[in-house]
Design a protein around this ligand. Structure first.
Ligand SMILES: [Zn+2]
Length: 248
């Protein structure tokens, strides 16, 4: 049995009294667990298994199985603000989907911690601030997943890029390309210096306070394309598509 910090990413009822829940844990990555009796009136899980709630989970791991046993979950932080607007809920769901699809391993708990910080940033945002905070949190998650894009040196020849240098962004190459290398990479997107500076800020865990809608939309698209190139397994990122198409 292990005890670990965890965040509820997804849940559904199972049989009469139980729930099956996906957790992003610090110690065991993203796992599916069964909470037996969670739907009983005086369940020991209480309201703790609400979506996006943080808590201390006690798990009995079954090494040979995909479904583990949740024996206790003590909520330490619920996030009701995420359900109070569709913009926040869709954004939180998009971050959760990124973890569920690509974060089965979590060495040192960095993905769990980046997710927790991202959910808190979205929960305290006004609706117009939500898209920027979500893109920022997603780039940090992508970085923690090991796919940090090259931004300060050319992804191909590794020459250092001046901060005011216009470059192109090539998903397959893994980031920014200098002028010479971009000429060999058709389809790479132009990445102006200010957009590159914003990406550098985000990948370091900062925020850029961007609310200009066309700019945020362009970043949303760049991010989704990068994720699809490097992380995706051919299945659509459904929560991401809703989030990208939804109201800002
Ligand atoms: Zn180059």
């Amino acid at each position: 049995m292990i005890q670990t910090e965890a965040i509820v990413l997804h849940g559904f009822d199972y049989r009469e009294t139980s729930r099956i829940v996906r957790l992003a844990t610090r110690e065991a990555g993203v796992v599916s667990v069964i909470a037996r009796g969670a739907k009983r009136p005086r369940s020991r899980f209480g309201q703790g298994l609400d979506l996006f709630t943080s808590g201390i989970a006690q798990l009995t791991l079954h090494p040979a199985r995909d479904l583990h046993l949740l024996t206790a979950f003590d909520a330490t932080r619920s996030r009701p603000a995420l359900a109070e607007s569709l913009a926040r809920f869709n954004a939180a769901s998009a971050l959760g989907e990124l973890c569920m699809r690509f974060g089965p391993e979590d060495e040192g708990g960095a993905i769990h911690d980046a997710l927790a910080a991202g959910l808190d940033a979205i929960g305290s945002a006004t609706d117009p601030e939500v898209p920027e905070r979500t893109v920022a949190a997603a780039w940090r998650l992508v970085t923690e997943l090991g796919f940090a894009p090259a931004l300060e040196e050319c992804a191909s020849c590794h020459r250092a890029l001046a901060s005011d240098e216009p470059v192109r962004f090539a998903h397959r190459a893994g980031g920014a390309l200098c002028r010479l290398c971009a000429a060999l990479a058709p389809g790479a997107r132009a990445l102006p210096p200010d957009a590159r500076a914003t990406l550098i800020t985000w990948s370091r865990g900062g925020t850029a306070a961007l609310t200009d809608l066309p700019t945020v939309r362009a970043h949303q698209r760049l991010l989704r394309e990068f994720v699809e190139e490097h992380l995706a397994d051919g299945r659509a990122l459904r929560a991401w598509v809703s989030w990208e198409q939804g109201d800002p």
